[in-house]
Structure formats: C-alpha cells, structure tokens
Design a protein around this ligand. Sequence first.
Ligand SMILES: Cc1cc2nc3c(=O)[nH]c(=O)nc-3n(C[C@H](O)[C@H](O)[C@H](O)COP(=O)(O)O)c2cc1C
Length: 430
Amino acid sequence: MTTMTDAFTLPCGATLPNRIAKAAMTEGLADPWLRATERHARAYRQWSHGGAGLLISGNVMIDRLRLERPGNVAIDGNGGVDGLRNWARAGTEAGNHLWMQISHPGRQTPRYVTLDPMGPSAVQLDMLANYAKPREMTGDEIEDFIRRFAHVAVTARDAGFTGVQVHAAHGYLLSSFLSPVTNRRGDEWGGALENRARFLLEVLRATRAAVGDDFPVAVKLNSDDFRKGGFTHDDCLQVVQWLNDERVDLLEISGGTYEQPKLLGVDGRDDSAVERKSTRAREAYFLDYAESIRTVAKMPLMVTGGFRSAEGINAALAEGHCDVVGLARPLCTHPDAPKQMFGGRMTTLPSFEHDLSLGDAQWLGKNSHLYVIKIVHTIGQLGWYCLQIARLGDGTKRHHYGLWRATFSYLMDEYVTAFKRWRASRRPAA
Ligand SMILES: Cc1cc2nc3c(=O)[nH]c(=O)nc-3n(C[C@H](O)[C@H](O)[C@H](O)COP(=O)(O)O)c2cc1C
C-alpha cells in the first residue's frame, strides 16, 4: 500500500524521494529587474529541509512586460542566472527535487503591471476594473511564446533546477486558450478543442525537445474552469488523452480561474450550476475529478487543493487516486510540515482559512454587488499567505495579521514593488 514516504520514479527516470510536493506559490520576491534574490534562496532552503520530496517554484514569467505580480521572476533577456543558480542550490540542499513553474499570465495581469495585456482574444477580465482589456495575440507572437517556454525550461535546467512545470491552469495564458469564453479565435489556435489545445501541446513538444528525454516535464491543468461555457471536465478528459502522447512526467490537477477561485476551495459568481456536489464532501476538493482523469491518463497524477490531514493524504495515495499530493497554504506558515507528518508529530496540517473566511456565506456569490466583498476577501486571503512567504524569504517569524490588515499590507507591498519595477525599467540593471 502506497504511503506518503514512499519514493516515486517518474517516466523520465528521475526519482522523487517521497510523495509530498510543495505546490507552486507565487513568491513576489524578485528584485526590480525581475531576477531571483537571496530571499528566494532563504525561503526554498527552509522548504528543502522541510521534507517535501518535490518543490515547485511560484510561476516564473516568460515575458518581462506582462507579469502576474510585479515581484515575479522573469527570464526574458534580463540576466539573473547567478540568482537562479543560488535559488536552485538552496532549494535542493536536502536532496529533494526543485522544479520551475513556467508561466504567462495572459489577461490576468493587473493594471499596475501593464496596461497592455495579451490573450487569445480581446476578452477583458471583469474584476474591480483592475485588469486592462487584452489584445488578441498574433500567430507570430504565439510561435514566439512557444520558443520562450522552451528557452526558460533550458535556462532552469542549466541553472540547477531539476525539472519544470508548464502552467496551463487557473486562467493564465495557456489555460485561457483552452477556454471558449476567452478564446474566440477563428484561426488554427481557436474554435474546436483540438485547436484551443494546440498552444499547450506545442509548448510541451518544444520544451521536451529542448530539455531532453531524462528531464522531468510536468503540466498543471484545470480539471474544470467551473464557468458556464468554459473549459469543462469533458474537455479536460480529452486534453489529458492528447497529453498521453507528449511524455508528461507528472500531471497536476487543479481547477478554477481568478473569477472562479476554486483552486483555493472558494466559490465564485453564479457557479451553482457547474459545481459537483460530491467534491464538497471531501477534504481535497479535486479528488473526484482526479478519479475520472485517472481512467484516461497514462502519466502519473498529482492532486493539489485542500489536503489537511496525514490520513487524507495517505488515503488518496493508497486508494490510487493520485501518485503525488500537492500542499500549498499549510507550508507558508509551517515549511517543515511534511517532515513533521513523516515523523508522526503532525497529523492535522495547519489551516488558517477558517480564521480568514467570511464563513459559509453562499449568499455573497449570488448577489452581484456583494460579490465585490468576496473578491476583496479572496485577495486578502492570498495576500495573507503571500506575506507569510515574504517572511520566509526574510527569515523572520510569521505574522499574525487579520484579514483586513493583510489585505492592506499586501496591496501596499504590491504597489510599492510595481513602482520600484517601473523606476528600474528606466535605468540599466544594477
Ligand atoms: C499564496 C499563493 C500563491 C499561489 N501561487 C500559485 C502559482 O504561482 N502557481 C500555481 O499554479 N498555483 C498557485 N497557487 C495555488 C496553489 O498551488 C494550490 O493549487 C492552492 O493553494 C490549493 O492548495 P492548498 O489547499 O494546499 O493551499 C497559489 C496559492 C497561494 C495560496
């Protein structure tokens, strides 16, 4: 019977020392030139010694002009290889794997980062006017981005990262190409699912060709966008069958977008019609989806979202629903939680979501005016965790902020970082 301490060998031949992965979490710790810093190294050293067999970085950007946050690391002609090496060295100190998550935010890049987002089509994200209208990418830009994903993967490998994960979930660029809501193109990159999936498949082919056969290449994919007319679970099952031919080493199952933040277990607007009742009954909210994906997937599966007990993790592994379990929020405050679980000292993972939540306020999701409260609340929760990651990077103790203080501090940090980045973009790198 598989348990969380068992090693796992991937199709490419690399072996993970155990079944626990730190899932990707945006760090926001880059310098104003978007290069990795000592703060990355400090945070990842703690996670490395914390016991997880696999650490996946926060999303690293392929385009320095369009970021998910102003503090993202980007690999786009801005140097910074020494910082990446330092990060990779620190993040693998305990013999674990460290993979770089490679991403482009598409239309989900805030106005304080850019007023010129790009997407498959000019469909704007409607959230507190914080996101400018994207322009439709040209075919040449798509081809260029395919090359950039591969280039960033090679840069990661050469700097000492032991694998890469292509981010095709959560409404970011590759995910937005998959969805008919955001992809309204009439060319070979839009329309039928086969066309909408082309960008992702081409990125994977280019990445695999660039890094070689023995280097782990993973994908993070939505099980469902939970959006009427969007990328559905049936679409996901079809895409997974195509991915079967692409030598994917690990497929991570997640779900949702900024508008439907199901990745955090939070309900979005008007989603009652698309929610599966059974998912709510389980600690890990994408396990039901993983079960059906398992029936078509030939590659190993990782499931992330909601795991909060050693018992729940071991059950998911023992019942064969997945091969690796991803943990995110619990590791912001307790980077050594995996080690503590392995030693039997921790059976329930720390969870602050309830303290930060508005309770089971389903009515908020059904009223379009009150929905604003929900958005602010989700930003505040994310901000609370982002501030904890910054503390790991600074090597200081964790904070005990409430939701409103976290929201305010996080947003102030974001604006200051955006300003520093803007100022830096006007002078040569230090
Ligand atoms: C602060 C924070 C930052 C995140 N950043 C990313 C990211 O960069 N890339 C990504 O794929 N998911 C990101 N996520 C989503 C997590 O990887 C994960 O899917 C989600 O938090 C659910 O797992 P959990 O219940 O263990 O926290 C982030 C989540 C949090 C809380």
